[in-house]
Design a binder for this molecule. Structure first.
Ligand SMILES: *Cc1c(COP(=O)(O)O)cnc(C)c1O
Length: 400
């Protein structure tokens, strides 16, 4: 599906085509995104929100168009609820440093889960250490699903915030976040959803979900690196202090007193990645043209095909067999270290991820030091799965 839109996928190594199965780490970029980035620097480059000349006005308009498009894409109420940051990581740190700083106090509790990416663990741990709060952790089942009964029991009068992944970058599990959001609100806690994995693959409706914060990165959704998005409910953003200080985030400055701009400007100090934000709009339009429903269907077909073939593969153990999954498959091959599997596949020009996947607590949960991960993007097809299986047979033969 649409492989020809991605120039990088046309390259070969020793006559072998690139089989890219690492879209959960970062996605490849379609020509329209590369063209938008280049067009910006060739025709529109100027700083935004300040110049009165035509170029600056044009750059500002395009930058704000992306914000408007994201607002519509995730069905936020207002575009002022969309804040540009560097990535999902920065978005989570922003919430921890601003919302967390004024709302989380000594003895308060934050709930996260065993399947979180380090980006959704470390900022909360840092906050807990700063203010004397505690982390509580949701357990997961052997198939890689959240234990909802235990989740309910983790709440106490001290619970202030829940922060969980919409989908796991290792297990692929799509979590029942709508239910989990409702439960958090029943306990008067706010909830942040880490959508870094889910956003490129699922339709997101933040009003329907009713989450308080939702974060994602452009680079995992066919856009450029260096751009991320924080969605926050307006009434929360209004009360949050600024994140970084600098240009663009103020209303007035004197040495005695500073007044801050309103959201989103309040959280966007300094010159952002203007070209990246503008090019991300091309990625969003590209996704919209194909349709999220079609993307999901295509990736689910690949998931089904690959899961079946891999589960029949001798001495291969799948890790993460939840009912609801994204196109992400992790596994271990008996007696062969995941890094060796990845390195040998790389000789055949097959790109997979091997390691702890920024989720060390999850590796401990499954008693392995590392896993091999295969993850699909909209450009993958069944020839990629077949190439992977040939590569795995070659790997096994080398170790036999
Ligand atoms: C990739 C990822 C992140 C971090 O995203 P960055 O783009 O590196 O900031 C956070 N959470 C999950 C689940 C991820 O997959």
């Amino acid at each position: 599906m649409n492989k020809h839109d991605f120039p990088i996928l046309q390259q070969t190594k020793n006559g072998k085509p690139l089989v890219y199965l690492d879209s959960s780490a970062t996605s490849q970029k379609p020509q329209v995104v590369i063209d938008a980035l280049r067009h910006y620097y060739e025709h529109t480059n100027a700083n935004i929100h300040r110049g009165v000349y035509e170029l600056s006005e044009r750059a500002t308009k395009l930058y704000e168009n992306t914000r408007e498009n994201i607002k519509n894409f995730i069905n936020a109420k207002k575009s002022s609820e969309i804040i540009f940051v560097r990535g999902a990581t920065e978005a989570i740190n922003l919430v921890a440093d601003t919302y967390g700083r004024i709302n989380i106090k000594e003895n308060d509790e934050i709930i996260i889960s065993t399947m979180e990416h380090h980006s959704n663990i470390v900022p909360w741990k840092l906050l807990c250490e700063k203010v004397g709060a505690k982390l509580r952790v949701i357990s997961i089942s052997d198939s890689g699903e959240m234990d909802l009964d235990q989740y309910q029991k983790l709440f106490s009068a001290h619970t202030k915030l829940v922060a969980i992944a919409h989908a796991s970058n290792v297990l692929g599990t799509i979590n029942p976040i709508k239910t989990m959001i409702k439960i958090a609100h029943e306990h008067n806690a706010k909830i942040l959803i880490d959508g870094a994995q889910a956003f490129p693959h699922l339709s997101i409706d933040v009003q329907d979900l009713d989450c308080d914060f939702y974060v994602f990165s452009a680079h995992k959704a066919y856009g450029p690196t260096g751009v991320g998005v924080l969605y926050g409910k307006e009434e929360l953003l209004e009360k949050m202090p600024p994140y970084q200080g600098g240009g663009s985030m103020i209303e007035t400055v004197s040495f005695e007193k500073i007044t801050y701009a309103k959201s989103p400007a309040k959280f966007e100090a300094g010159t952002p990645d203007i070209g990246g934000v503008i090019a991300f709009n091309a990625a969003l339009n590209y996704l919209k043209n194909i349709g999220m429903q079609n993307i999901m269907q295509h990736e689910q077909d690949l998931l089904k095909d690959a899961t079946q073939k891999l589960s029949e593969f001798p001495e291969l153990k799948l890790i993460g067999t939840a009912k609801e999954k994204l196109g992400v498959i992790s596994f271990v091959l008996k007696d062969i270290h995941p890094h060796d599997v990845g390195t040998i596949l790389a000789h055949d020009n097959i790109a997979v991820r091997a390691g702890h996947h920024c989720a060390m607590p999850l590796m401990q949960r499954f008693n392995v030091p590392a896993m091999v991960r295969v993850s699909f993007g909209l450009y993958n097809d069944k020839t990629d799965i077949d190439a992977l299986l040939v590569g795995l047979h070659n790997t096994q033969r080398l170790f036999a």
